[in-house]
Design a protein around this ligand. Sequence first.
Ligand SMILES: [Zn+2]
Ligand SMILES: [Zn+2]
Length: 252
Amino acid sequence: MVWNRTTHIWNDCEKIIHQRTNTVPFDLVPPDCNPGVSVRVIKPLESSELNLETVFEKFHPAAQTFTDIIGHYISGERPKGIKETEEMLRDKDIITGVGELVLDSNFIKLQPPKQGLQYYLSRLDFDSLVRKQESKAKLWKILTLVFGIITCATLLFILRRQYKCYKTEQDQSRLQREMLAVKKQRLQELDLTEDEVPQNACAICLTRDRSCVFLECGQVCSCMACYEALPVPKKCPICRNAISRIVPLYNS
Ligand SMILES: [Zn+2]
Ligand SMILES: [Zn+2]
């Protein structure tokens, strides 16, 4: 027999302020009451699923004296009262026990299993108890699966972003190398050294002045004639972004 006496304080939240548990050793006997067979239940409070029957419940409203009101004002808490409940496992209650069975001299003991396995004492019959645990296990499996998928998706997202950054860097350095090669070739054609090219010279022909702004990248690197000569679809030779329109530059 297990007997639990609990006193609660009611607030917006509930607090257990005192709990007293009394246990009396008890035996489980088969439903047909065969007097020869019985199982002594050891440490019933370590079991899960043991819901006790409420046999007493009383609510004591909190006294509201002047000192109490001041006290509540200071603490910020205003208790509504105290609820006393008593729960117990009655004699003749039908209980299913799942645990470790040990033969101890003259009687069989049911005790919490070793290696941290669960110990059950329940009002449900064995099949319902198994079904309940299975549905719990299923819920955990689903949750694990969901969290697994979320973790994988996050990892994939991070990897994709990293790959994009890496790709952009690679593209930019390739473009730079290509531009340098084109420039070198053009310098050879013109028979000029790099220092002889004016600072404002078009990056493509290296002779005329830069005379237009590419949008949306904003690059000022080309003369109008070289822009016209760019293959369609027109792309900025520096960053390779599409040129949606240009703005002519007028030097005065
Ligand atoms: Zn040009
Ligand atoms: Zn550009």
